[in-house]
Design a protein. Structure first.
Length: 279
């Protein structure tokens, strides 16, 4: 039986850890336009078992809470980028319906998938995205340019992006940035617009996970509604609100090559740890 002091120390550790997680997620959201989900989901999966018995539902709680936190970090990031006139709202308007429909499809899959299945999808997605951060010149080759997708191409891209992001609990910023850079947009405009895509994915995704029901709610972390843990969401959001503008400023004033490589290494480590967890 834990003493009251031990419980207070654990609670403090929980809040501080997730505030730091939110701060890191906010910086990556502002800098890379990726919403911070790649930081939040692994952190929650590492922290939750200290406060609640391990269960398959924790993966869904981590993904749902991550999507909810992306709403905050992306909105804060968009506000900072908008002040510099970098957000392409025409793209956001034309992609929005397809992104939302894609999120709906992703939610249906997530609601009927096992924890191990979602973990494998997350690990594979993280590993795939790490290629861009480690070898950006391989993904976005100099001289290789396209026009922004239109018509059916735009619909398919946005739909798949929304569905895949909802499954991973991320904002979909990385493929958005890759697409826009290859279509002759500046990296600053790509990152700024990707933050808006994160908001459009995060909001319906969070609402969907909020209304999902788990048959044994007692096995979920305290303060969980649907598959969103409210205490974790608040702690992460506090950190992200303050740091997202810092990341946005860095995106406009900083050479990001080394940071991309470091973030890519982090993604490989996360992916390896998630695969190991399933094996």
């Amino acid at each position: 039986m834990r003493s009251k002091k031990q419980m207070e120390i654990e609670l403090l550790w929980f809040v501080v850890t997730l505030c730091i997680t939110g701060a890191i997620a906010g910086i990556t959201a502002g800098l890379f336009g990726n919403g911070g989900g790649f930081v939040v989901v692994p952190a929650l999966l590492a922290v939750f078992p200290f406060f609640t018995p391990p269960s398959e539902a924790l993966v869904k709680v981590a993904i749902g809470t991550s999507l909810a936190s992306i709403v905050v970090s992306s909105a804060r990031s968009v506000m900072a980028h908008r002040a510099k006139g970098a957000v392409d709202f025409d793209i956001l308007r034309s992609w929005s319906i397809w992104l939302i429909l894609g999120v709906g499809g992703g939610l249906l899959i997530a609601n009927n998938s096992s924890a191990n299945g979602l973990t494998v999808v997350f690990a594979a997605g993280v590993l795939l995205y790490s290629v861009y951060f480690l070898f950006p010149e391989f993904v976005v080759r100099p001289g290789l340019v396209f026009d922004m997708p239109k018509g059916i191409g735009k619909a398919v891209l946005a739909f798949v992006l929304g569905g895949f992001s909802a499954l991973l609990g991320i904002g979909g910023g990385t493929p958005t940035v890759i697409t826009m850079v290859m279509c002759q947009r500046t990296i600053q405009q790509a990152v700024a617009t990707a933050a808006g895509v994160g908001f459009l994915i995060g909001l319906p995704g969070a609402i969907g996970f909020l209304f999902m029901k788990h048959p044994e709610t007692a096995s979920l972390p305290v303060g969980t509604i649907g598959y969103i843990n409210i205490p974790a969401l608040i702690a992460i959001s506090i950190g992200a609100i303050f740091t997202a503008p810092i990341g946005a400023k860095m995106a406009h004033n900083f050479s990001e090559k080394k940071l991309k490589r470091l973030f890519g290494i982090y993604l490989v480590i996360v992916s390896s740890a998630m695969f190991y967890k399933v094996i």
